[in-house]
Design a protein around this ligand. Sequence first.
Ligand SMILES: [Zn+2]
Ligand SMILES: [Zn+2]
Length: 421
Amino acid sequence: MERFNAVTIHGMGTPMMECSTGLVKRLAERAPVSTGDFLRAIWTRRWMPGNLQVLARADGISRPARELALALRLATGIAHTRQLTLAALAGFTSEAELIDERQRWCWACLHGMLAIGRIWEPLVWRIRDYETCHIHRTPLQSQCPACLRRRILPLGSYSRVGCCSACGEWLGAEVYKPAHITQAEDIGRSEQICRLITVMPQLSVARPTARAIVGSCIRPDIILERDAATLLDVGYRTVRNWKAGTNIPKLKHYLDLASVISVTLDNLLLNRTDIVKAPQVSVRVERKRTSIDPELVEQAWRTAIGTLDDISIPQVANAANVSITYVREHLPHLLDEAKEARRQAERARRSKKAAIQSSQISACFRNLVQAGIYPSYDKIQEFAGTVVRAKGASAVIADEWSRLEAMPNPPFRRLVFPQNR
Ligand SMILES: [Zn+2]
Ligand SMILES: [Zn+2]
């Protein structure tokens, strides 16, 4: 393995730092062996994932990531392979919502890397909330331009760096329509995540817990729990659970929290929130609340109820652009209106459905009669009930049957009928 001694990590200390699965592909290419063979060669521990799907999370924080980092350290002699994963975030958030298990890339970045002759896969591309390249301001891609697959695993037996793991095609080709219009907000989020990548070494040393971070910023002089819950779009109980340490926030919640209390994500996670000027934040929240005109809210709320197909309080609030907390405090009768409208819509939907079903059953019954298939009332009922499984089926059929019996010349005289129906 001495041929790996001179390995350098690309983008070390920058937001574009390489990830460990990318390094695996690069080293396999250099060996040169297939990625699958390389993995089997360096895996020294007894536990080796039999399925490469497990390695989709090898840049994350759980066991595959730890094992791969160790294997890479032994193979290359690089001491800090753990830093090529998201291990430093272990205490803050869970892996499930953090990592994107698909291969994602910015074609423009790959294009630029090819031009300078060094190709690598940045760790930041693996973070789910990093949706837009902060350099090129284009959305990350996840669909291979050659084979059109959408769910490509980042690490497959024949993966090569910068190429599709499924078909092996180069992913930096300029085939996409340029200049998707990207929201400034998305770029802001991407930039925040970049800052997070650069402070990961400090994070892995400092290791504050989610509970400590949430506790230090959601407190009465900065932001009330109730306001935080509204602004982060989570339940009040969720915030309490974060503070109690029984639950941990997702990365997107930290991003939102950082923007709400006006600090950067890295400062938030490093617990450097002393720079927050408390009054400034509470004024901000205050202004947001007092600038709402109750009459306009009421109007918007009723319009929303009138236009929505599926009425639920969160959806009405969303369409009327008002928080539920505000409505609950200032205009509680609107909540009742929404509930009543929902009940009415539900009733109307049910009666409409019932009408459609009974007309279907009648049609079915008449078809049976016309076709001359009417061996017995029970048979017809059973047959029509099977065709149209509905609650009121037997009542509709009984109606039709009595209509038929009342006819002066009923068609079923020709047939034998059980009299005791
Ligand atoms: Zn880019
Ligand atoms: Zn492909």
